[in-house]
Each structure stands twice: as structure tokens, then as C-alpha cells.
Write a protein that binds this ligand. Structure first.
Ligand code: HEM
Ligand SMILES: Nc1nc2c(c(=O)[nH]1)N[C@H]1C(S)=C(S)[C@@H](COP(=O)(O)O)O[C@H]1N2
Ligand SMILES: [Mo]
Length: 561
């Protein structure tokens, strides 16, 4: 099956399948926009009663357990109870055997996708919508997940094995075994066509590519494309510009398709300079100063700035039929879908705000979008968490609900420091970013820009979301007892609001003598300022680690932490 066909099939499943798992009471999220029959094949299927009444409870508690990384004992206990019950009722049939040909029929296009692992067969129908990696799971349907998990090694953990075990329906028939094993097909490593990252980037993971901007890139206002940080949840899709289209779907079912040349020729082009920052930027500081957090341990480089060029999303939405002045009450969110299965959404009011500057970008810093940053089309949502700036954009859906993906409903949310059982549905998705700042280099005078003083010179960035300008950056060399102000650099940016970081510098000169730490905090135009401690904003996902940034002056040769 061609990748393109698989994607078309996957797109029919997109999102809507998640509804069942993420929103246990569908009525709460009932949507006029839903076209139940052709978009939600997983919803239509009544759960199979193969595991008795406990199945539903078991499944949903395990979903939460994965999402929280806690509560696993509960689902294990439920599993235990279930098997005890099964033993007592003595109704467990012999292990059911399935021929491989039958497994193969349960592929990504089937109503009930199955996978094998070792000799076991699993019906994963009910897990698809809850899978944290989204619909890519369907790539493995009809065959073995082993080769996939050898690439996506994040799965090689007991808690993930436990989830899979709950969906076991039987084993592969002995007649199909070769040397006592299920023969597995070699699969294509989806990462082999990823671009090779620039060697100056600080690589956190290679598959998928996650890499920080190096110090020298952070000291420029516009980050060069080659050293702009990279945050991929999956692989980088390969696509020809001429083959790529953007589909816009409205609540009433209207769909319109735009080619890249339509976007380039039929709409006014705009330039917007905007900083993108990952919600996990500086997560490592939170781990170091508070306690362990889950996720990539970024230091200060999961942030970069570029001049983006393309068309305003609002202009294209107006062309499709959205009434910009008086949108229908159902038009609440703009959901974005990427080619590789990633998706996220923003409130429609941001998408159509004339001063929101939401862009469908075709260019980055004057060049064609690099593949790793979304070629050929990417939405840029200035002022919001970068997770909403979906790369490889293939579809925009106007809906009365947020995107149903894991990345909208789970990952990018934050909770109180005490919250070990957060209410995911009740928590707001992160959209506009809070104020933050960081020290990116401490250099001896000769190494920094002309006109700076001799002795130690400090440089860094400060940034706030929502277009709120940075108005002040405070620096302290005595642990926060006394403060002085850094000089804010006056960079020229395009756009309606302050969508960019402010770079700053501070001449420590001889005053650094005998001092051990340097601290920085910023204030934005709404007089929001950064919290002092990481423990006061601790959350298990390590999102929004915006506490005062500090570095050890003595470690200047090693750079910042
Ligand atoms: C039934 C089989 C599967 C189960 C039970 C499963 C379970 C999970 C779990 C629990 C996570 C979250 C891990 C974490 O955040 O620490 C995850 C993430 C992920 N899974 Fe799977 N998975 C399955 C199959 C697959 C397959 C076949 C693929 C690829 C073709 C895949 C791709 C991914 C990806 C890309 C992520 C990471 C998403 C991110 O970084 O946001 N999974 N999976
Ligand atoms: N399609 C797609 N869009 C995506 C992502 C992704 O993995 N796939 N990652 C998101 C996240 S979490 C971030 S921080 C930014 C990173 O953008 P960059 O790699 O261009 O720096 O892209 C966002 N858009
Ligand atoms: Mo991110």
C-alpha cells in the first residue's frame, strides 16, 4: 500500500477516534461538526464483550495511568481482579489460535485493527484512540509491532507491555510459525529519510530528531535556519510541493482545497517575525532545582526566532467561507493536522484576529521552509506555545471542540505542584506563553559585540507570549538580594505585536569578582514577572519552567546549565 493511500485512510480515523477514549461522556463534547459515519469508524463499533464487564473500567484506568505516569497499581489491581474472576468462573476457553492471514486482514484500514507481538495476537481497536503516539499505531496493524518498537524504543518498558497485554485475544497458529517463531517482515525505518541535523545543534534524541539551538545561535536575533531548534514527535515527511495540498473543512462540512501555488498567488503575502518556544524549554532546570520531570531534558535552547513569510490564515478561512466578523457559534477552534499524524488546535478567535498574525508559512528567514521545520507548509501561531505551530500542515478543521490529539488534550497542560492525579479534561491547554528569560552566554569582553565593556559580559533572551513586549530584564549577582537592569537590544521585527524575544546584555565588568551565581528575571508589558522558585511551579511533565534563571559564574567556560 502506498504511503499516500495509508495517509488517506488514516485521515478518516484522525482525531475522532480519540473522542471515545478522552471524553468518556460524549454528550459533553457533542459536536455538530461530526460526520459520524465517515469520520469515526472506531466510535461506531460497540465494544466487544470479550473480556467481560471489567474491560471498560480497566481500559480507561490504564489510559489515565499512562497519561499520568502514576496510578498504575490501580489498573494492575483491576487486571488481577479480572483474572481471578475469570479463574473462578472457570469459563476461560483454551487460548484461541489465529492464522496469520486472518491477522493480516485486520490492517490499518480494517474496522478492528490487530497486531502481534511475539506469538500473541492483540485486538487494539479500543486503544487506537488513546494511543499517545496517535494514529501512527495503525502502521503496525495487520502485522507485528516488534520491528516498530525496535525503532520507537520508548515502548520497551513494562508499563507499555502491560497496556498491550490487556488487548490480547489469542496466539498465532502453530502452522504459521517458522522455527517456532512468527516470521516478521522487515519494515521501513520511517526515519531514514530524515534530514541530517546540523552538527552545531545539541542533539537530545536522533529518532525522532530533537535538538537544541547552540549558544552562538541564541545570541542572534533571527536564528539561522540550520541552527533553529528542532522538536519532532515523529519522522520528517517527504513530500513534493506540487503534490501537497491544504484542505480546509468548515463546521457545515464545506471543504476547500488549496495548492501551494494557490496560497502563493491568490492571497496577499505577509512577513511576521516570531519566536517559537517549546513548552519544555528549560525543563532540565526544573528537574535540577525541584524534582524529576518526564520528557526531553531541554536546557535553554528549545527556543528560536525567525522571519516567517506566507499568507494569513484568516484570509484563507474567509475564502473558504468563515464569516470573520460574525462566526457561527459552533466555530470555536481551528484544528491543525500534520502529514505525519501530529495535530493541535488554537481558539478560532486567535486564528481570525486581524492582529493575531497567524500565518500559513511557506518561507523561513527568506528561504523555502526547511524540511525539518515543516516544508512545504506550516502554520505559525505567534505568541502561543510552539506545539500549536503545526508543521507539514495538510488540513485545517474548524470545529466546536479542540483537537482531540494527545498533544492537545494531555501533553501540553500544566498543574499545581501537588497534583498527582490531575483532571486532564478540566485543565486548560497551554496556548499563550508566560514570561521567561535565560542567560545564554557569559563572555570576556573581547569576545562579544563591539562597544561592550571589558571584563565579563553576559547575554541572553527574554520572551513573553500573547504579543506582550518585554519591558525590563533584572540581573542579580547576590542570589536575588539586589538587582540591576540589563540593556535591552533594539531589534527590528515584522508583525502587529511583540511576537519575538528581546535580546539583552549586561556588563558585569570587574564586579563579578568573588561572585558565584548570576540570576536573571524578566517583566513583560502586563507587568507579569517570573516566579522565583521551580518548586512553586513544579509539574510532572516539566512544562513552563519559567523560574528565575541562574548560572554558575565559575562555569563560564562550560557555558550555561
Ligand atoms: C499496541 C501497541 C502500542 C502501544 C500499547 C503503545 C503505547 C504507547 C505509549 C504508552 C506511549 C507513551 C510513552 C511515553 O510518553 O513515555 C507511546 C508513545 C508513542 N508511540 Fe506507541 N504504542 C503502540 C504502538 C505503536 C506503534 C506501532 C508506533 C509506530 C508505528 C508507535 C509510535 C509511538 C510514538 C511516535 C510515540 C511518542 C509520541 C510523542 O513523542 O509524543 N506506537 N505509545
Ligand atoms: N507536524 C508536527 N508539527 C509540530 C511538531 C511535530 O512533531 N509535528 N512538534 C511541535 C512542537 S512540540 C514544537 S516545540 C514545534 C517545534 O518546531 P521546530 O522543530 O520548527 O523548532 O513544532 C510543533 N509542531
Ligand atoms: Mo514543543
Amino acid at each position: 500500500m502506498s504511503a499516500r493511500r495509508l495517509f488517506t485512510q488514516l485521515s478518516r480515523v484522525t482525531g475522532k477516534a480519540c473522542r471515545a477514549a478522552l471524553s468518556p461522556s460524549p454528550s459533553k463534547h457533542s459536536s455538530e461538526c461530526l460526520k459520524p459515519l465517515n469520520t469515526s469508524k472506531f466510535n461506531r463499533i460497540p465494544p466487544k464483550p470479550r473480556r467481560g464487564v471489567l474491560l471498560g473500567a480497566l481500559t480507561s484506568s490504564s489510559v489515565i495511568a499512562v497519561a499520568l505516569g502514576v496510578q498504575f497499581q490501580e489498573s494492575k489491581a483491576a487486571l488481577h481482579e479480572e483474572s481471578k474472576e475469570a479463574e473462578l468462573s472457570n469459563s476461560v476457553p483454551d487460548i484461541q489460535k489465529f492464522r496469520l492471514a486472518e491477522v493480516e486482514r485486520h490492517d490499518g484500514a480494517s474496522e478492528n485493527p490487530w497486531v502481534t507481538k511475539g506469538k500473541s495476537v492483540y485486538d487494539i481497536t479500543e486503544w487506537v484512540g488513546a494511543h499517545p503516539g496517535g494514529e501512527v499505531i495503525l502502521h503496525a496493524a495487520g502485522g507485528s509491532i516488534d520491528p516498530y518498537w525496535n525503532i520507537f524504543t520508548i515502548h520497551k518498558r513494562q508499563d507499555v507491555y502491560d497496556i498491550l497485554e490487556q488487548y490480547k485475544i489469542g496466539e498465532v497458529d502453530d502452522v504459521d510459525l517458522v522455527d517456532g517463531q512468527v516470521p516478521t517482515k522487515a519494515i521501513k525505518d520511517p526515519f531514514t529519510t530524515d534530514p541530517v541535523p546540523d552538527e552545531r545543534l545539541h542533539i537530545l534524541t536522533a529518532k525522532p530528531c530533537n535538538a537544541e539551538s547552540p549558544g552562538e545561535a541564541l545570541s542572534e536575533f533571527c536564528t539561522p535556519n540550520e541552527t533553529f531548534y528542532v522538536r519532532n514527535h515523529m519522522w520528517v515527511p517527504s513530500v513534493e510541493e506540487q503534490e501537497h495540498n491544504l484542505v480546509i473543512e468548515l463546521c457545515d462540512g464545506t471543504e476547500k482545497t488549496y495548492s501551494m501555488s494557490d496560497l502563493r498567488n491568490r492571497f496577499k503575502q505577509h512577513k511576521v517575525t516570531a519566536t517559537l518556544q517549546c513548552a519544555g524549554n528549560r525543563r532540565k532546570d526544573m528537574t535540577k532545582h525541584a524534582r524529576q520531570t518526564n520528557g526531553l531534558q531541554w536546557t535553554v535552547g528549545a527556543i528560536s526566532t525567525a522571519e516567517w513569510e506566507g499568507v494569513k490564515l484568516r484570509d484563507v478561512l474567509a475564502d473558504t467561507g468563515v464569516n470573520l466578523n460574525n462566526p457561527s457559534p459552533d466555530d470555536k477552534h481551528a484544528q491543525f493536522l500534520g502529514l505525519e499524524a501530529y495535530g493541535a488546535s488554537i481558539p478560532l478567535c486567535k486564528a481570525i484576529d486581524p492582529s493575531g498574525d497567524v500565518l500559513l508559512a511557506l518561507k523561513m528567514n527568506g528561504d523555502t521552509l526547511p524540511r525539518e521545520h515543516g516544508f512545504p507548509l506550516r502554520v505559525i501561531v505567534p505568541g502561543n506555545v510552539a506545539a500549536r505551530s503545526v508543521k507539514w500542515l495538510r488540513k485545517v478543521v474548524i470545529s466546536d471542540e479542540e483537537s482531540t490529539t494527545q498533544w492537545q488534550r494531555r501533553d501540553y497542560k500544566s498543574f499545581g505542584p501537588n497534583d498527582t492525579r490531575p483532571d486532564w479534561d478540566a485543565a486548560k491547554s497551554i496556548q499563550e506563553m508566560p514570561v521567561t528569560s535565560a542567560i545564554t552566554s557569559i563572555l570576556n569582553g573581547f569576545a562579544v559585540a563591539e562597544g561592550t565593556e571589558k571584563g565579563l559580559n553576559v547575554e541572553g533572551y527574554a520572551y513573553s507570549g500573547g504579543g506582550r513586549e518585554i519591558v525590563r530584564v533584572d540581573v542579580s549577582t547576590d542570589g536575588g538580594k539586589t538587582w540591576d537592569q540589563a540593556e535591552l537590544l533594539d531589534d527590528k521585527a515584522m508583525g502587529t505585536k511583540a511576537w519575538c524575544w528581546k535580546r539583552w546584555r549586561y556588563a558585569l565588568g570587574e564586579s563579578a569578582e568573588g561572585k558565584t551565581t548570576l540570576m536573571v528575571k524578566a517583566t513583560d508589558e502586563a507587568y507579569n514577572t517570573q516566579p522565583q522558585s521551580y518548586s512553586s511551579i513544579y509539574n510532572a511533565r516539566g512544562n513552563l519552567a519559567t523560574a528565575w534563571h541562574s548560572v554558575d559564574i565559575k562555569s563560564l567556560d562550560k557555558g550555561t546549565d
